[in-house]
Design a protein around this ligand. Structure first.
Ligand code: FE2
Ligand code: FE2
Length: 274
């Protein structure tokens, strides 16, 4: 199975880049399953139902979220009827929506998609390690699901690496999101889980984490907020992780960064084009 995960979409630049590139990527690499983090898709803050529909229309099988999940208050309502939209699992009990979903791919394979949030330099949610352990115990690889993808939305690389090793051999892939900057540590861990600390964002990289540079620079200099953070509006890039999964075991065979667009070192999963 060929799986592609794309990092946090930031604003219109990110949405346009993804919607434009995704149909071609699906054809070029014969992708079986696509997951996109959409927590910053609506003007940098949260997601609207129209954007969820647009991403699914463009070819996403699932959309994950993070600390910005409910910045657009309408998400508290529409998340209940959008069964491919997944918010962090470790929000308090009673939070609308779901933290994990079993989704059928075009070829009929069942993929468990889990979203969880770290707790270091982040809002203190429930323990993500125990929450994920409970999910993986209830739905084991190749028993309950053909593949399992975890979007671990966290700030600290230590917490992300610890999560990778915690689930190594029990999930197909752990992809880090939230920092919006791609890391160069993608690999398959010893027991077969593909891992990257952060896949990077989809958006305008001529920016501070996708936002127009003026306000972030001004806040560092003066410590006084002057205006809202606005997404940068230049041409967007697409950044993610490509994972090839062994259909027999559900574990990763190899993985590679996918990065296309301006202001970003290009990368391509060459193992799919050789
Ligand atoms: Fe984000
Ligand atoms: Fe985030």
């Amino acid at each position: 199975m060929r799986l592609l995960f794309l990092g946090d979409i930031v604003g219109r630049s990110g949405r346009h880049a993804v919607v434009e590139a995704l149909p071609g990527l699906k054809r070029r690499y014969a992708l079986d399953f696509v997951v996109i983090n959409g927590e910053n898709a609506a003007g940098g803050f949260g997601i609207t139902e129209a954007i969820v529909d647009e991403l699914i229309e463009a070819g996403a099988d699932a959309v994950t979220l993070g600390n910005h999940a409910f910045d657009q208050k309408e998400a508290l309502v529409f998340i209940e009827r959008q069964d491919r939209l997944i918010r962090p699992l470790n929000y308090p009990q009673g939070t609308p929506g779901r933290g994990a979903a079993l989704i059928k791919s075009g070829s009929g394979a069942e993929v468990l998609v889990i979203n969880a949030m770290g707790r270091i330099f982040m809002p203190e949610l429930d323990d993500p390690f125990r929450a994920i352990d409970t999910e993986l115990t209830a739905c084991r690889l190749k028993e309950g699901a053909d593949a399992i993808l975890i979007d671990f939305h966290a700030e600290a690389t230590s917490e992300k690496q610890a999560m990778g090793f915690f689930v190594d051999g029990r999930a197909s892939a752990v992809v880090g999101t939230h920092t919006h900057v791609p890391t160069a540590d993608e690999r398959v861990l010893p027991s077969g889980t593909a891992y990257i600390s952060d896949v990077g964002m989809c958006g305008d990289y001529n920016s501070v984490l996708g936002m127009d540079v003026d306000e972030p620079v001004s806040r560092f200099l003066t410590k006084i907020p002057r205006q809202r953070f606005e997404p940068a509006r230049g041409p967007g890039a697409v950044s993610g992780l490509a994972v090839e999964i062994d259909d027999k075991t559900g574990l990763a065979v190899r993985c590679g960064a996918l990065r296309i667009g301006p202001n970003l070192e290009p990368a391509e999963p060459a193992f799919w084009t050789e």
